[in-house]
Design a protein around this ligand. Structure first.
Ligand code: CAA
Ligand code: NAD
Length: 294
């Protein structure tokens, strides 16, 4: 990976200014990590509340770092100044990369990116933080699919080192290299993966989550399963992790994976994830999922 970065991510493609579409759980975290590592970001959302929350979370993390002596107060102010929350897309024509972190629905991503593309400079990279959708599918309506690459971060973004860099069949080597270089700049561990539903990690994680949902369907108590998996040594059990991810995102990912691998991971009917998403119990993002959050 280092070789790709040095050989191909020439200075002209190094990411120096970025934008993030969607200031939710992932977009807010990506904007923070980018700004914290010296790449200013324009953070765009259609909801002012999401922008406010994204900036508030960044401020909370920075305050903690200042209090513990890891960061000077002036540096914290500079990081915060490097995040520009905005409801419009002004200045997007001057960024080197736009990271898309909106809902995990193919038709929405296609529509939003096709509308975005003409607002960007011809070389600007579009990086999708999709959890499971194929980059080739997301890029189908684009004029410049060679600029589209996957940059799949993990939740919570400030803490999780891995980033899957997804190479679609049209993705240029320069776009892959620029995404790898950007991830390294954010102090992450990039791996380049093939373009298939769920990439590497979610093909494994979805199978685990399905195992859990089937146990619950069989009558298992989700709190006991969580306690068992924690005692097994994992940082949290599957029910709590579903709450962290969000039931809406989790059920969209599950649908993409079952459509992609119908024999290995067939569609699950009436699982707890789908049931809760239908009842708007989205998890931590709205305070109620498997558990309640104050
Ligand atoms: N955002 C930012 N920082 C956070 C955080 C959050 N949500 N949660 C915890 N932290 C920080 C804390 O502030 C603390 O920082 P300091 O050291 O600076 O004080 C540090 O993490 C440790 O906090 P804790 O002691 O409370 O937590 P921990 O040590 O038990 O571990 C963790 C935190 C590493 C995030 C751990 O909970 C973990 O490994 N979780 C697993 C999460 C996971 O599996 N994510 C993958 C989800 S699936 C996905 O992302 C893919 C997809 O496509 C859906
Ligand atoms: P989220 O619901 O927390 O946030 C999505 C945000 O996008 C919302 O604030 C929404 O208002 C905004 N948005 C919607 N349409 C928009 C538009 N046209 N322009 C600008 N903003 C718009 O979702 P999330 O959990 O952050 O997931 C976002 C993406 O990241 C999805 O593709 C998801 O699969 C992926 N992802 C999620 C996780 C996770 O654990 N939640 C982990 C890795 C990847």
């Amino acid at each position: 990976l280092k070789k790709i970065t040095q050989r191909q991510a020439g200075k002209d493609r190094a990411i120096q200014q970025a934008a993030v579409l969607g200031a939710g759980i992932m977009g807010g975290g990506i904007a923070f990590v980018s700004a914290r590592n010296g790449v200013p970001v324009r953070l765009n959302d259609i909801a002012q509340a999401a922008l406010d929350q994204g900036v508030a979370e960044a401020k909370k993390l920075l305050d903690k770092q200042v209090l513990s002596g890891r960061l000077a107060a002036e540096q914290a102010s500079q990081v915060l100044a490097n995040i520009t929350p905005q409801l419009d897309r002004s200045g997007f024509d001057a960024v080197d990369c736009v990271i898309e972190a909106i809902v995990e629905k193919l038709e929405v991503k296609q529509q939003v990116l096709a509308q975005l593309e003409p607002q960007l400079a011809p070389n600007t990279i579009i990086a999708s933080n999709t959890s499971s959708l194929r980059i080739d599918d997301i890029g189908a309506p684009l004029q410049r699919p060679h600029n589209l690459v996957g940059m799949h971060f993990f939740n919570p973004v400030p803490m999780m080192p891995l980033v899957e860099i997804v190479r679609g069949s049209h993705t240029s080597e320069a776009a892959v290299a620029a995404a790898v270089g950007y991830a390294v700049k954010m102090k992450k561990t990039p791996i380049v993966v093939k373009d298939c539903p769920g990439f590497l990690v979610n093909r494994i994680l979805t199978a685990y989550m399905r195992g859990f949902l089937q146990l619950v369907n069989d009558g298992a108590d989700f709190q006991q399963v969580d306690a068992a998996m924690e005692a097994f040594g994992w940082p949290m059990g599957p029910a709590y992790l579903e709450d962290v991810v969000g039931m809406d995102t989790g059920s969209h990912v599950s649908d993409v994976i079952s459509a992609g691998y119908p024999e290995r991971m067939p569609h699950l009917e009436h699982d707890a994830l789908r049931l809760m998403a239908a009842h708007k119990r989205y998890g931590q993002k709205n305070g109620i999922g498997f558990y309640r959050y104050e």
